[in-house]
Design a protein around this ligand. Structure first.
Ligand SMILES: [Zn+2]
Length: 434
């Protein structure tokens, strides 16, 4: 596998910390950002690397040479004038004879590239985008994909958003088929996203790899500082999917949003107090935040799948506006008892996913490589606690929503807290001792 790193950018916002070095050479925890990238690629068996350099490119060339000191083979493409994020690629046609990784030089990444590449191959994609939820979706490009992970639309950050979207942002890391290079004009400034990818969407060959690993740009001094802190805490490495992940599973109704019985319209989606703050704390920690929710309103015919999606998208927007995000969401659309007007017959059966059964937890554990024993479930009902016990999770009851008064099961949670924020603080600060 080969990789191309786009390291030609100017990095004006970082100029205070940079002084005569290009942005990808900024020092992060004792070594240049590019060294972190190259080490991550090498760990994944990727040692053939081309770096596209421009502004102050000689600093990069002088530092790395042919790459042998890092155990890789580096070649360079020198842009005499800026060619945008894709304009250099057609000049490398002869070298790029197989599907290759492309990444931007201003990113700190700790990615399992092999897993990413396998996904790309499985989809048969021309381009696969690495996507993830982030803490500022309102000023990020959002990628909209279908059930098969095919990208179907692109919402630009500067466009006026009239609807809610799932928080799925383009990270700036790609796997690209060499045939894509034929569509890029030679010697002309070309933007990979605007000029190439968005035009390929209609051909249904662009895919989104939604992932929870650590990928952040270091475009401002504040962001750089934050990444450095996370790096020193070991969070960047822990989030790599080659490692087992710790997760806090969250119930939705009564735990995240206000409990109102059977929620079936977007307007009814309102967050409980300080929920965004609570989920932000999870996002900043080593835990994933994944929702598991029973939605029998679907089987009952009280809410369509599309309406449920809109309701969830409203939740993502409300959280996103306050800097919080969910790493994934699983819902059970089923209900066991049939014989009611308007119900969807094929969803009326005794499934394996309806809590307190563990189907959703098992699916999530499989998708996200979760260490169940060291993970948690937080909910407002005894059903959530029973789910946790059945799945082998640690359990926490919040006294919002039904506050455990459903009394379906005689269970005791490991932790009980007034609200989600208190609960999350307890788990993150004292979780290992509880
Ligand atoms: Zn189910």
């Amino acid at each position: 596998m080969k990789a191309v790193i786009m390291a030609g950018g100017k990095g004006t916002r970082l100029s205070a910390v940079l002084q005569d070095i290009p942005k990808p050479m900024v020092n992060l925890a004792g070594k240049p950002l590019l060294v972190h990238q190259i080490e991550n690629l090498k760990e994944n068996g990727i040692s053939d690397i081309t770096i596209v350099v421009g502004h102050l490119g000689h600093v990069i060339q002088d530092y790395f040479g042919d790459g042998h000191e890092l155990g890789v083979n580096i070649t360079y493409f020198v842009e005499n004038e800026p060619l945008g994020t894709a304009g250099a690629l057609p000049f490398m046609r002869n070298q790029l004879d197989e599907d290759f990784i492309l990444l931007f030089g201003d990113l700190f990444v700790n990615i399992n590239f092999q897993r990413f590449y396998r996904f790309h191959e499985r989809c048969g994609a021309d381009i696969t985008l690495y996507t993830h939820p982030n803490s500022h979706p309102y000023d990020s490009d959002i990628i909209i994909s279908d059930q098969e992970n095919r990208v179907i639309d692109w919402s630009y950050k500067n466009s006026e958003r009239v609807q809610d979207y799932k928080n799925q942002v383009n990270a700036g890391v790609y796997v690209i088929k060499p045939s894509v290079l034929e569509q890029i004009p030679e010697g002309k400034k070309t933007d990979l996203e605007k000029d190439i990818i968005t035009k390929m969407i209609s051909r249904k060959s662009v895919y989104s790899y939604a992932c929870t690993e650590y990928v952040k740009d270091i475009g401002t001094p504040e962001r750089l500082k934050k990444v450095e802190e996370d790096y020193r805490k070991g969070i960047c490495e822990k989030r790599n999917l080659k490692n087992k992940q710790k997760c806090i599973f969250l119930d939705r109704d009564g735990t995240i949003n206000k409990h109102i019985g059977f929620l079936n319209s977007v307007e009814q989606m309102q967050l409980e107090k300080n929920v965004a703050e609570a989920i932000s704390k999870i996002n900043e920690s080593e835990y994933l935040a994944i929702v598991v929710t029973n939605q029998p309103v679907i089987a009952r015919g009280e809410c369509t799948t599309e309406e449920l999606e809109n309701i969830n998208n409203r939740m993502y927007t409300l959280l996103g506006n306050k800097g919080a995000y969910l790493d994934d969401l699983y819902y059970c659309p089923h209900h066991p008892d049939s014989g009611f007007d308007g119900e969807i017959k094929e969803l009326k059966f005794d499934c394996n996913c309806r809590k307190p059964k563990t189907g959703m937890i098992q699916q999530a554990a499989n998708d996200h490589n979760i260490d169940v024993e060291n993970s948690w479930i937080i909910g407002d009902t005894t059903i959530d606690i029973q789910t946790g016990l059945n799945a082998g999770l640690n359990t926490a009851l919040v006294l919002t929503g039904e506050a455990g008064n459903d009394r379906k099961y005689q269970v005791n949670a490991d932790v009980c807290a007034e609200n989600l924020e208190q609960c999350v603080e307890l788990i993150i600060e004292k979780g290992d001792q509880l």
